[in-house]
Design a protein around this ligand. Structure first.
Ligand SMILES: [Fe+2]
Ligand SMILES: [Fe+2]
Length: 312
């Protein structure tokens, strides 16, 4: 091991942040580029299932809350693209990888949002699962990523509460509204558990990421925390989680839960989920429709810089 690597390791051991200009092992850089860009893509693609409901929100209040939430996700995406850029990858490259289907994003966004209650279930469960991951990332070893996560987490906790508030309102409503809320929870519960990724035994990147302190907890640890947090919350709603094996285990002091359908997860990652094609088509269309904005911005920047030069 050379001196640079020793120095890098000693910083990690001392809980010091690695900054953009610091030396880092190539694998550390690559892992972060993959993780941060996937995270950014997930924020951007994640705007689609909810964006679809902005025009159909049941009141002006709900519409403005949902609009703000979806805008936040767009902001998270841009923020994270900036963090990834500090590692030497270009924005164009990352966006191109997303649009051509080369890059991954969270598989959860390949499920459809079919009723208004889905806005509640997505906020409560999907943003809730995201927070579990992201609170840990506030202490990740790469400085620009850790700092981005601090702000993002504050907004995510608002997202989760607004989702829970939708479900709470529906749960106190008519029989049809209660059924709609339960149906949304039934459809989003298992995909939310999949958001933590494969079980520790199957996870390929986990060990190295833990050693580099990119991650601070394993997939299964985070998933367990999420299950333990969700059970009392669903009880307050007077609704249930769709898992007959869900049961408090007094020895482990955690809830036991049923087997996740990993075939479904793998199938979606391969591109065969209900909305994979739809999501990519929507992103490509948005990119194409925005071409004139990029051209205009480039022309404006050029005009300004040549005007500045002629004054000089
Ligand atoms: Fe977000
Ligand atoms: Fe969110």
């Amino acid at each position: 091991m050379d001196l640079l690597e020793q120095y890098f390791n000693s910083k990690i051991a001392a809980e010091e942040k690695i900054e953009a200009k610091d030396w880092m092992p190539e694998e550390y850089r690559k892992t972060l580029i993959r993780q941060i860009s996937q995270h950014a893509h997930s924020e951007i693609v994640g705007m689609l299932p909810e964006g679809n409901w902005i025009t159909r929100a049941p009141s002006l209040k709900r519409k403005s809350i949902l609009l703000a939430k979806v805008q936040d996700e767009g902001g998270h995406g841009l923020y994270l693209y900036c963090a990834a850029e500090t590692l030497g990858v270009s924005r164009e490259q990352m966006i191109d990888d997303l649009l051509t289907g080369k890059a991954k994003y969270s598989s959860i966004f390949n499920y459809p949002a079919v009723t208004w209650a889905d806005m509640g279930a997505i906020g409560w469960l999907v943003d809730g699962a995201a927070i579990m991951n992201q609170v840990m990332l506030c202490r990740t070893s790469y400085g620009p990523y850790a700092r981005a996560m601090v702000r993002i987490c504050k907004e995510e906790s608002f997202h989760q509460r607004q989702g829970y508030d939708i479900l709470l309102t529906l749960s106190k409503g008519t029989e049809i509204q209660r059924k709609m809320a339960q149906d949304a929870i039934n459809r989003w519960w298992w995909p939310s558990l999949m958001m933590f990724g494969p079980s520790d035994a199957e996870s390929t990147h986990s060990n190295q990421s833990m050693a580099w302190k990119i991650k601070r907890a394993t997939n299964d640890e985070l998933r367990q925390r999420f299950v333990d947090m969700s059970v009392p919350q669903v009880e307050i709603l007077g609704l249930s989680l769709p898992d007959p094996k869900l049961k408090w285990n007094p020895e482990r002091k955690h809830y036991d839960y049923g087997e996740i359908n990993w075939d479904e997860f793998k199938n979606i990652i391969k591109g065969n989920g209900p909305c994979n094609k739809n999501r990519l088509a929507a992103r490509n269309k948005a990119h194409d429709d925005g071409a004139w904005v990029r051209e205009a911005a480039t022309a404006y920047a050029y005009k300004k810089s040549s005007a500045a030069k002629s004054v000089a």
